[in-house]
Design a protein around this ligand. Sequence first.
Ligand code: ADP
Ligand code: ZN
Length: 739
Amino acid sequence: MHRAEEIVQVVPLLGVRRLERRAFDYRVPAAERGHVVVGSVVWIPFRRREVRGVVVAVGASGEVVSEKALSLRRVTPEVIPADMVRLAERLSAEYLAPLGACLQAVAPPVTRRERRGAEERVVRWMTPVAAAPPGVRLTAKQEAVLAAVPPEGAPLAEICRRAGVSRTVVAALVEKGLLERGQAHAAAGPSVSAGWVPPAAAAGDGPRLPVLNEEQRRAVRTLQAALAASGPQRVLLWGVTGSGKTEVYVRLLETVVAGGGSALVLVPEIALTVQLLTRLRLRLGDLLAVVHSGLPASLRAAEYRRIAAGEARVVVGARSAVLAPVRDLRLVVIDEAHDASYKQEEEPRYDARLVAWWRVEEAGGLLVEGTATPRVECLAETPQRVRLRTRAGEGSLPSVDVVDMRREGGGSVLAPRVRQELDRVLARGEQAILLLNRRGYAGFMRCDVCGEVLMCPRCELSLTYHRSRRGLLCHYCGYQTALPAVCPACHTGTLGRGSPGTERVVDEVRRLVPRDRLFRLDSDIVTSGARVHDVLGAFAAARPGVLVGTQMVAKGHDFPLVTLVVVADADTGLYLSDFRAGERTFQLLTQVAGRAGRADRPGRVLVQSWNPDVDCIRMAVAGEVETFYRQELELRERLGYPPYRRLVRLVLACRYEERAEAGARYLVERLQGHLAGDELRGPARLPTLRGVGRWQVLIAGRDPERGLRLAERAVHSLRVPYARRGVDLLVDVDPQWFL
Ligand code: ADP
Ligand code: ZN
């Protein structure tokens, strides 16, 4: 038997759902006694492996500890702050996710150094030389490297990734005397965030702050009052595209920092946040930290420490930044709060908007959700609102017209009227953005004789034709195959292309604009944040210029020369069997329209649609925002969707589909007796993905609490028995997607 204080309870950081227990007892080695606290990150022997774990209690779980309790293998100096351990516990309880996965999400990134248990590792660091030799000729790649190195230097690996070059290109610059080799200790490391702001942005845009207009001033006053109020506050900053929300955030952040507090700023994607980052870097310097998943773990770990120590006061990042261990939190800003990326699609499947609110609830302070197109639920959750109804700068909101493809289509992707308009814009040396929310050349291929549509062999999804790869691709699982010459089903017909994608649009526009003025932005083209910059930077400099892309082109960009926005197919999202289809279409149209007419030239938006009379399209085009939201709320109430009911999605997944089905039917039986004004929808069959059959049961709880309790009942009593039969029970609380 051991004395209680020699024992700690550790949660292994594994996303294992089938663990019958959450925490396990371990002995503390003599040398570490007294040093291990709740939150300590340790390495433990676990099922014949060495894994990372977090101490959640000091003292044994029971009265008597088994003689067999193992010892901690290693105790790292890292400690997760107590409030973050509590946050992980709340995540686990409210998203019915394994505690290990939740602690993993709040833990400092694990570095290779830590994994190997080595004392030190160094990072190869490159810095620009202070006085560069004059008259050196550079290749385009070498230029790209220099542009990717900030004044204080950056890790070699990071530079290569950002510039998209190999190490030999960097080595050539060392030879030419333009870069110097150095080393930095991963742990101490020069401040990472300093290296991240893209060079193009850091160069321009001085520290001038625009004078706020009357609306912005009023917004800042209201939000500052909310900041000063006692108790947690939550305000929706509902401002039309281009209303200057960024400036409002900056003022609030300055107030918070001046008062000794800290803030979190969540953005959909760091790579698209150039303007805000530039502004903040100039005003906040070292008080700023940028949480970025593209950075090496050693540098992210260093940032984690800087944040936890209270050295960084303003933390900017995508979704996961909501879990950053900031101290003295006073403010959370969620920019473009409607964006789907705020919901994590892996365990723990948290919604950063809700987690942001928990943090503000615990710390006091203010949550600001900024957007031009709030989520419908947000209107119920955040009754306190500040509106910005006009554009801040010189621009005014663009004029929006529908192009009815039933009458004006004419066989190609772009209607004749749209092509003419594009021609005029290009002749004036201006720019256009063309949105088509489908990548590849064609969304499906169909046989012109037997009608067969080519499907992924692993997923029940059609294969997309990508001309650049000369092949077919499954957008879910990545399966690839060559395009067959004849239909593989009837061996006679040829394959015709259906549902055009971005590649096809580029093809069509090629005749109107020179190759070097035509850019594409979608996830086939850009695989990293640095690439997004390259494409957007090149487009910004091209006059005239055309940018074709998926919803990525709709996000927050501010290009003064864009005077035309074309939505090539407003109907792409309409027929998904998802109650948010209308809302998403409305948001996308409104957001992309907002990219036009940002400076002194008037903007024009042309929306091609086969269904121009559908409410979400008609109202987005007419700018009937209030009507749209009112109607959408009525519909949700009538049909029993959020915010009037809480949805929890339960998916039974198994290689043997009949087991998933049986599991779903049993689940419904089991829950039926526990309903009290709640509803079960399903069981419903879902498309097979990666060869796994799936059945879904949707809980529509009468209120948030009941929805969760029902799901909890299912998970606690059924997960382990299902697992024994090889059936996975997946839980998604507040699901955003239903595929
Ligand atoms: P939003 O995020 O609301 O869509 P932004 O913050 O991107 O809008 O601002 C749109 C444009 O207006 C930016 O170019 C910004 O610099 C400019 N802007 C913002 N506030 C002002 C102001 N008070 N006066 C002049 N220009 C402004
Ligand atoms: Zn597939």
